[in-house]
Design a protein around this ligand. Structure first.
Ligand SMILES: [Zn+2]
Length: 347
């Protein structure tokens, strides 16, 4: 190969190279172009190998031109490579990208169960009056569930409800949250002002208004000088806080072994305001049981019943929820139907 031939090859290769690089549509094609232009078998490489056989003057001229040609081709390869990489990234973003301006998809959110809402409202009403929350075990012994509450073993009140006993003698699932009253009085001196939320258990078939497991809230107040008037005032304040400022209450004498006297509390109907409608019948709705704490109960807990008096009352949370939200069947509160829960804020 002489100098003229080498120079011609370099010119041709330079032009061919620039066109080839420009046409490369991918990084793979660009690499193929590089091999074809500057690889071991390229014509450019043949020229370089031939340099040693040229005269000094020619070698300098051809060598210089070869270096320039390689520099130009390398610069073009690099520029085109960067261009193709950018295009590839843009294409990737186009295909797999996220449009951050689209509105998001919200995950479903939960809400408090209506029973929790009602329980919280009842408990809040009393804690605002100064009562403190007390809780106790769901498995109780005979003393706390019955005997200390003035219900001895042969007392007919024990047949008033069917209890769920454990296999261990003397233990049962508590039938009332009242056992917590006993546990509290046993562990502290008066005055006592407690509000007791919790689950209770009965051997009862479930129907629209009954369930074998339900929730109660009870209150107990023991202090010097508490009278029936304090009980009535507290109940009226509660009824108005829960069901509206126009509610009235009335108390009918009744019997519970742990109070004397005992009273069933009715509240004026929220629908007809006490006139009488198909919800209430006679204008009044039965709400809860109450009474003055029986002196025997105070004495059972070591309190001086000559010095201290108290009142207590308790209600079913399901019953309050049914009344407040006009739910036709108590069992709906125990189903996990999201359509019911959605009406209480779940979305
Ligand atoms: Zn009514």
């Amino acid at each position: 190969m002489d100098a003229a031939e080498a120079i011609q090859i370099l010119d041709v290769e330079r032009e061919r190279g620039l066109a080839l690089i420009d046409e490369a549509a991918s990084l793979e094609e660009l690499e193929a172009a590089r091999v074809s232009l500057l690889g071991r078998k390229a014509r450019f490489t043949e020229v370089q190998k031939a340099l040693g056989g040229l005269a000094d003057e020619d070698r300098r001229t051809v060598g210089k031109l070869a270096n320039e040609t390689r520099a130009v081709l390398n610069a073009e390869l690099q520029a085109r490579g960067a261009e193709l990489e950018r295009a590839g990234e843009a294409e990737f973003l186009e295909a797999d990208g996220v449009d951050v301006t689209l509105p998001g998809r919200h995950p479903r959110s939960g809400s408090l169960h209506p029973l929790s809402i009602v329980e919280n409202d009842i408990v809040d009403t009393f804690t605002r009056m100064g009562y403190v929350v007390a809780e106790g075990p769901e498995i109780e012994d005979d003393w706390h569930n019955f005997e200390a509450l003035n219900i001895p073993p042969d007392h007919p009140a024990r047949t008033m409800k069917d209890s769920l006993y454990l296999a261990i003698p003397g233990l049962l699932l508590r039938t009332e949250t009242s056992a917590v009253q006993i546990r509290t009085m046993e562990s502290q001196d008066p005055p006592v002002y407690i509000v007791v939320p919790g689950r209770v258990f009965r051997r009862e078939a479930a129907d629209t208004t009954h369930s074998s497991v339900f929730h109660q809230v009870e209150c107990l107040a023991v202090d010097e000088g508490l009278s029936f008037a304090h009980l009535r005032g507290t109940l009226e304040a509660f009824a108005r806080a829960m069901f509206g400022p126009r509610r009235r209450i009335r108390l009918n004498p009744t019997y519970f072994p742990f109070v004397e006297p005992g009273a069933e509390v009715e509240v004026s109907c929220f629908t007809c305001d006490g006139v009488g409608c198909k919800v209430c019948g006679n204008g009044w709705i039965e709400l809860l049981g109450s009474g003055m704490v029986h002196p025997n109960v105070l004495e059972n807990c070591g309190y001086d019943s000559e010095r201290y008096t108290g009142f207590a009352f308790g209600m079913g949370i399901e019953r309050v929820a049914i009344l407040r939200y006009e739910i036709p069947d108590m069992r709906m509160l125990l189903d996990t139907d999201i359509r019911l829960l959605a009406q209480f804020g779940a979305a």
